[in-house]
Design a protein around this ligand. Structure first.
Ligand code: GDD
Length: 314
């Protein structure tokens, strides 16, 4: 069994690779010239291929050479604020990469199963009576990033319907854990705390919007979900991956602070506020549970302790 992981040097990609190796799957991963390699463990057991996914020729060559049985398509520009600074870059990167892969699969008539990492950001504005959010909820995206994920989501559906490609779309709610990029809120706060503890930063923690509510799952539960999505999910279907509970960003921060003895004050940094922020994301993962038996196993407290420890060890 041969799996291709796009974006293997990223946060989720590195955990996906570890999961696959533990399950005796042959792993090939795509990287770009400027990819960080320090996240990838067991480098010697992974075949790394330099590939610019926006380039159709590069992708065609990759698919023809590797002929994977499974594809986990994780590569993306995934930070919401970046998508306001350069919307077209996010849209192009996220959409073109996926289209190039699907076109190559079609061209070589490969029937490999493909998971597409979509996002709860697609739901965007959610009415109070719409939580927990089900897959049937309207999509009201509030950022260029969210729109790029809606496009990826619908392109997956369209290639399944038009050409029969066995594509499974996962709409994952927020996820975190060790190696999470430092821009994302959980990691950003954990890193600030670790730096304050080490005396590398004054004891003031910069924050953005603390009232937003998010549904967090551990990345190690998420990669297990992606595996199950391809093993047991139905092609052409879309599945929420979530914990089924949510907290405010303030509550998440208070949890992190409770693990530290440092005395820390909090300051709002206006640069961290967004033109429009998704108020609440709380997912219903019943459909995915019914299809695969998956449920999250790692408690949020463990995830956040592991994340803080990760930053203390840097
Ligand atoms: N990044 C960041 N930094 N966010 C902050 C901060 C801060 O200092 N302070 C408050 N927040 C708030 C944001 O405004 C947002 O409401 C929430 O914390 C989470 O922000 P992020 O961690 O940046 O994640 P996100 O919810 O925008 O998007 C993440 O989850 C999506 C799934 O719902 C990303 O991982 C996306 O790639 C993913 O698709």
């Amino acid at each position: 069994m041969k799996a291709l992981v796009t974006g293997i040097s990223g946060f989720v990609g590195s955990h996906m690779a570890e999961f696959l190796l533990q399950h005796n799957v042959e792993v090939t991963g795509t990287i770009r010239q400027r990819s960080r390699m320090d996240h990838i463990k067991h480098l010697k057991d992974i075949q790394l291929v330099e590939c610019e996914l926006r380039d159709p020729f590069s992708v065609e060559h990759l698919i023809k050479e590797i002929k994977p049985d499974l594809i986990f398509h994780l590569a993306a520009q995934s930070f919401v604020p970046t998508s306001w600074n350069s919307p077209i870059d996010t849209i192009h990167n996220n959409v073109a990469g996926q289209v190039n892969i699907m076109e190559a699969l079609r061209r070589f008539d490969l029937s490999c199963k493909m998971q597409v990492a979509c996002s709860s950001e697609e739901y965007g504005h959610v009415e109070p009576d719409e939580t927990p959010i089900r897959e049937t909820n309207p999509l009201r995206p509030l950022s260029p990033y969210a729109v790029s994920k809606v496009a990826q989501d619908y392109l997956g559906y369209q290639y399944y319907k038009s050409y029969g490609l066995p594509i499974i779309v996962t709409r994952t709610f927020n996820h975190t854990g060790p190696r999470r990029g430092e821009n994302f809120v959980t990691s950003n706060f954990a890193k600030q705390i670790a730096q304050i503890e080490k005396g590398k930063k004054p004891p003031v923690l910069q924050v953005g919007n603390l009232s937003a509510k998010r549904d967090f799952t551990d990345v190690r539960d998420v990669v297990r979900a992606y595996w199950l999505a391809l093993e047991k999910g139905t092609p052409g279907e879309t599945y929420n991956i979530a914990s089924g509970s949510c907290c405010t960003i303030r509550e998440m921060l208070d949890l992190l602070l409770s693990y530290s003895n440092a005395s820390i004050s909090i300051e709002e940094d206006p640069a961290r506020l967004r033109p429009s922020d998704v108020e609440i994301l709380l997912g219903d993962y019943t459909k995915f549970h019914d299809a695969t038996g998956w449920k999250p196993e790692i408690p949020f407290e463990t995830t956040m302790k592991d994340l803080l420890q990760y930053w203390r060890d840097q």
